[in-house]
Design a protein around this ligand. Structure first.
Ligand SMILES: C[S@@+](CC[C@H](N)C(=O)[O-])C[C@H]1O[C@@H](n2cnc3c(N)ncnc32)[C@H](O)[C@@H]1O
Length: 285
């Protein structure tokens, strides 16, 4: 586990951090006592929390691989998290060595580790930025140097929008990002839901994260579907209708095996910006 003596500047070890708690759930070592204690309170009510984290992580890896196979060569990963196994650039570059990835996160510890991980890695950059600062993130010199906005981009908002409250309008913010991308671009999004979960578990998760550096907003299927308005959702697996799925299902070969309790904590989808859908979206008031 990370040594309290080596706390990097700007990192607050008195308040749990969602990035560090997620790292702990994934079995990582970039977390502190305060994160582990908060995470264990969550685990008491949600014993499948590790499965939920890995189901989400698997969605990210499978969807990035699939997008690279479709010919997408640029990725903007907002709320990238602490580096773990098979990060976005590794998943994309395994298919397309020329793929480029711009990572962004607002957690200071993510900045420290991303800079170490990405040093000397071609086609990648990391910017410390908040999702809510659309112009600052997209206009950052490292973003502009990494991403060609005349070519399609996959925008990743994986397990991140639930840290943005309704009053900051995550739907409108995502629309502003997608407006900047050309047709042929994609949105990749997963988000935690409380749908069909026990009230006790949902309440505990809300309480624990309300004492962290970012509260959690557990949204319904309809609210999460709204993120994809004006876009064309792709089928989550062979033979499925194009619709929102659970994290574990996406790209799964064996749907029954993928359908776990942990998987059902997150809805997810991959959706394409097409010429026709774009026209529909701009005509909608
Ligand atoms: C649960 S982790 C998800 C990491 C990775 N996307 C994944 O799904 O494996 C959420 C990440 O979103 C980041 N985050 C939360 N709110 C954010 C915001 N407003 N802007 C940028 N990053 C944010 C956190 O710091 C954390 O690293």
């Amino acid at each position: 586990m990370t040594d309290i003596e080596d706390v990097p500047p700007g990192v607050d070890v008195t308040v749990p951090s969602p990035a560090r708690m997620y790292d702990y759930f994934l079995g990582g070592t970039e977390n502190y006592e305060v994160d582990r204690k908060a995470a264990e309170v969550v685990r008491e009510k949600m014993p499948e929390v590790e499965d939920a984290a890995w189901a989400n992580r698997g969605f990210l890896q499978r969807s990035v691989r699939w997008l690279a196979e479709q010919g997408v060569r640029q990725f903007i990963d907002i709320g990238a998290g602490l580096p773990t196994k098979n990060n976005t650039h590794e998943a994309a570059q395994a298919v397309a060595p020329d793929a480029r990835v711009l990572y962004a996160d607002n957690d200071p510890l993510v900045t420290v580790h991303a800079n170490v991980l990405l040093e000397g890695t071609s086609g990648t950059a990391f910017v410390t930025a908040d999702f809510r600062d659309v112009e600052g993130l997209l206009g950052h010199p490292d973003t502009v140097a990494t991403i060609d906005f005349t070519e399609p981009v996959a925008l990743l908002a994986v397990a991140m929008t639930h840290f943005v409250p309704d009053e900051d309008d995550p739907w409108g913010l995502l629309q502003r990002y997608m407006d900047r991308l050309v047709p042929g671009s994609y949105l990749v999004l997963s988000a935690i839901t409380g749908d069909r979960q026990a009230d006790g578990a949902v309440g505990t998760i809300r309480t624990v994260y309300s004492k962290s550096s970012a509260g959690v907003n557990m949204r319904t299927r309809t609210e999460i579907e709204r993120y994809f308005a004006g876009l064309e959702i792709v089928p989550p697996y062979a033979g499925a209708a194009p619709r929102l799925g659970y994290a574990g299902d996406w790209g799964a070969d064996d749907i029954d095996a993928a359908d776990s309790d942990g998987s059902r904590w997150s809805y997810c989808a991959v959706a394409k910006k097409t010429e026709s859908k774009q026209t529909v979206a701009t005509q909608t008031p």
